[in-house]
Ligand binder design. Structure first.
Ligand code: URA
Length: 191
């Protein structure tokens, strides 16, 4: 474990613990306020993220930014966004369990330093890894579950909302639920 973010990011960017390092262009470490009370966690970089070195910058990312904006959240100001795996799985396949396992300590270290009050998992893969192995995203999205000192919830992945626009309403509702929880337990996020 590293006890400062600069060192953590520097070391993470040199990581070659799994095969994904061979095909990556950039390690996608994370973006946002390292003092945020709210952290979003996705599954892993896609093509645009790999090329730009920042999470959620493709079409899904644009939708995410819009939803964030609707509830006064901003990736550069009052949240932090990271992924389960920091390097792009080729052809956008799901990250393999062993790749997730190799990578998860970087995320654990990020969480330890940021100390978020709320963690939002974006999509099923993140929810399964972070909340519970048998998590059912269709049934349990938008529901807060307390683990230790952290309130956790999962939302549909923005790419899933783009694929199936009928999910938009539920997705938006989950952001409103998130906003209420932030107002309840995060004194600094909307300051
Ligand atoms: N999908 C993710 O889960 N994370 C990203 O950073 C981009 C797309």
């Amino acid at each position: 474990m590293y006890d400062n973010f600069v060192e953590l990011e520097r070391e993470c960017k040199k990581c070659n613990k799994c095969e994904l390092c061979k095909t990556r262009h950039n390690v996608v470490f994370g973006v946002g306020n390292t003092n945020a009370e709210v952290m979003f966690i996705g599954e892993g970089p896609g093509e645009n993220e790999d090329l730009q070195g920042e999470p959620f910058v493709g079409r899904g990312g644009q939708l995410l930014d819009k939803m964030l904006y609707a509830v006064d959240l901003d990736r550069k100001k009052n949240i932090y966004i990271a992924n389960i795996v920091k390097c792009r799985p080729p052809h956008n396949r799901d990250p393999k369990p062993e790749e997730q396992e190799m990578c998860i300590d970087w995320l654990r270290n990020q969480v330890k330093l940021i100390k978020p009050k709320i963690i939002v998992c974006l999509g099923r893969i993140a929810a399964i890894k972070i909340i519970r192995p048998n998590f059912k995203i269709t049934k349990e999205h938008g529901v807060f579950i307390k683990k230790g000192n952290v309130e956790m919830m999962a939302m549909y992945h923005p790419a899933a909302v783009l694929r199936d626009p009928r999910k938009k309403e539920d997705a938006f509702q989950d952001f409103l639920t998130l906003r209420d929880k932030i107002k309840e337990i995060c004194p600094n996020t909307y300051k």
